[in-house]
Design a protein around this ligand. Structure first.
Ligand code: C2O
Ligand code: CU
Length: 475
């Protein structure tokens, strides 16, 4: 039986959830319901920039970016038919969901690629409630970079009481003067430095717009950074965001230090915002990551008229916990140094690539600028850098031996941050994606409780493509 939850629990939850908009499918007489979605990956046009700019040619799920929001209740099962109408192979990954290996969506590693005109059926029951997302995991710098992603929300059985639950998918795009995607996806500068950072920031696929609120309202904001490489630092002027979950995993509510919510590519934050302004007031929400050039993300606009309530709600904002096993550092954990090497001004001299050790010039000729544990990735398949028995605690000391930041993501597992030199507030928290500054060392630990070969990679997608992607094996 999978460790996440028993079938009985699942059946009870499933039975409790049959009312509503589910599409019940009878299977062997069980009181099991399966929510169904269909995602079709194809070219499309979306109005990213404001008119007079034309719509931008993108690659989308169901013609929109972000793609359709998938929303379940904890315990519900979902079946997602992914159809490929692109001119190249694809696959869909469910970022942050701790699923069985065959459902993880990695072509050549966990499933065959979805060929043009074909489909793949994903079916699973997410073990955790929280804010997750999905995206193409094939040629991801290009496919995700052109728009193939969407939100994946698993609601708690008893969520905290809020007036509205909103999802903000933050993205950025590199557009030309006609608002079309620039084709320079194989830029050596992007591969070897900070990644493909765009010149246009969007929130839910639109240029900055208004968030209309009522005074006294409590909003739960689920923020997801879906950008290729941009690190967002979101400032809510006047308001005091309280973080209740990071990467879908609940945390003691806290106000983020430094006055902004920082999100590296792949990361999520669930934020409670109490609308403590007055009717008629307006406040900007900006991305302050580039101080010289802050981007406006949205404007919070208070409606005129009577406040929704006079004083903020005092209901609890704590989330129920998820069944993530805490790592046990006292026994004999599996420990591994994981050097992350390469990039411009880096010290990478050689790495293993496709069956042999190769010098740096040969790596560069193959478009490889990065290595994890001495291995540069090819097509998401390579020897695992670590093999761990199931159930054992695994400690990775991530060593960024480069002058560029990296946002390292584990598949199939959520880890605990054990030490972080510059973001002490992250220590003790559970994440699936962690940001390392230049030359930083961050230690993470998790119970290797999910068997299979799993990816571990930088979520700056040009870095991943240029080799910064590895696998670990849980036996
Ligand atoms: Cu968001 Cu390897 O994934
Ligand atoms: Cu990186």
């Amino acid at each position: 039986m999978r460790l996440f939850q028993t079938r009985r629990q699942f059946l009870q939850l499933g039975a409790a959830a049959t009312v509503g908009s589910l599409l019940p499918l009878s299977r062997a007489g069980a009181a099991e319901t399966v929510r169904e979605y269909k995602l079709v990956a194809a070219k499309s046009k979306v109005q990213l920039a404001n008119p007079p700019f034309p719509a931008t040619g993108l690659w989308c799920f169901n013609g929109q970016t972000p793609g359709p929001q998938i929303r379940l209740r904890l315990g519900e099962r979902v079946r997602i038919v992914a159809e490929n109408q692109l001119d190249e192979i694809t696959s869909v990954h469910w970022h942050g969901l701790r699923l069985e290996n065959e459902m993880d969506g990695i072509a050549f590693l966990t499933q065959p690629p979805i060929e043009k005109g074909e489909r793949f059926v994903y079916e699973f029951t997410p073990p955790d409630a929280g804010t997750f997302w999905y995206h193409s995991h094939e040629n991801a710098a290009v496919q995700q970079g052109r728009g193939l992603d969407g939100a994946f929300i698993v609601e708690e059985i008893e969520p905290p009481k809020v007036d509205r639950d909103l999802v903000w998918m933050l993205d950025d795009w590199r557009l030309d003067e006609n608002a079309q995607i620039t084709e320079d996806f194989d830029s050596i500068v992007d591969y070897s430095r900070a990644g493909r950072i765009g010149n246009t920031v969007t929130l839910n696929g639109r240029a900055a717009g208004e968030l209309r609120v009522r005074a006294g309202e409590r909003v739960r904001l689920r923020m997801v950074n879906t950008a290729n490489a941009r690190i967002f630092r979101v400032v809510f002027t006047f308001h005091k965001p309280r973080i209740i979950a990071l990467d879908g995993q609940p945390t003691e509510p806290f106000v983020p230090p430094f006055g902004y919510v920082e999100l590296a590519p792949g990361q999520r934050a669930d934020v409670i915002l109490d609308m403590e302004g007055k009717p008629g007031e307006r406040f900007q929400v900006v991305d302050s990551a580039f101080l010289q050039n802050p981007y406006k993300l949205a404007e919070i606009v208070y409606e005129d008229g009577k406040p929704l309530r006079e004083s903020p709600l005092d209901a609890s904002i704590r989330l129920p916990s998820n069944p993530v096993l805490p790592p046990d550092l006292t026994g004999e954990p599996f420990q591994k140094d994981v050097p992350l090497e390469g990039g411009d001004l880096g010290r990478l001299r050689s790495a293993y690539l496709e069956g042999q050790q190769r010098g740096v010039s040969e790596l560069l000729l193959n478009g490889k600028f990065w290595a994890v544990c001495g291995v540069s990735a090819f097509r998401q398949v390579m020897p695992p850098f670590a093999t761990v028995e199931r159930g054992r605690t695994c400690v990775f000391r991530l060593q960024n031996r480069s002058v560029w930041p990296h946002t390292m993501h584990t598949h199939g597992h959520t880890f605990k941050v054990i030490s972080h030199p510059t973001q002490a507030y992250q220590e003790g928290r559970y994440l699936d994606t962690v940001l390392l500054g230049p030359e930083e060392e961050v230690t993470i630990a998790f119970v290797a409780d999910n068997p299979g070969d799993w990816l571990f990679h930088c979520h700056m997608l040009s870095h991943a493509y240029a080799g910064m992607l590895a696998t670990f094996r849980v036996l």
